[in-house]
Ligand binder design. Sequence first.
Ligand code: URA
Length: 211
Amino acid sequence: MRVTVLDHPLVAHKLTVLRDKDTTSPVFRLLVEELVTLLAYEATRQVRVEPVEIETPVTRTTGVGLSKPRPLVVPILRAGLGMLEGMTRLVPTAEVGFLGMARNEDTLDIITYAERLPDDLTGRQVFVLDPMLATGGTLREAIKFLYRRGAEQITCICLLAAPEGLAALEEELGDSEVSIVLAARDERLNEKSYIVPGLGDAGDRLYGVVD
Ligand code: URA
């Protein structure tokens, strides 16, 4: 497992505004999109391309185009949905699948409540979008699910991660090819498994509180 924390002043600046409890939902959504576009630039470093012949106004030359099958982007509902626009802005021809996973706040168990993905992901490059890597439980279940379908390379794009969640993932998936790209590695989890300093509940801040 490889973890990359994007060390860039613009990322740090946008993240600071995102964390601020007084930042409104519309601004929060915009910042998430912008941050994901920056993270996606790093996360897609290994995306597969193939040679493409083109003609410029001056001469023929060989460039590159994204290989087929296209990369598959999988936002984890609900909060991952807020990251989709920022990702597809950078990779507009990517295919998109959906995985609905939620944490039971009492038991911390992960349940899969929705899934819209190809049955066969053999050889596919998959980009999972999940803003908060807290205990690591949701991502672990999502990654296992995608590997069972045959995914070859899995890259997870997260805004924040807690060291506890990263360590748990490393223990279970340490030997795998999984890559994690983050805007920041935070200090710790609190007693309710929220990331500290964090930004609160990402889904609520994106979309408002749903009871
Ligand atoms: N999910 C969130 O939205 N925030 C956290 O801090 C942890 C999990």
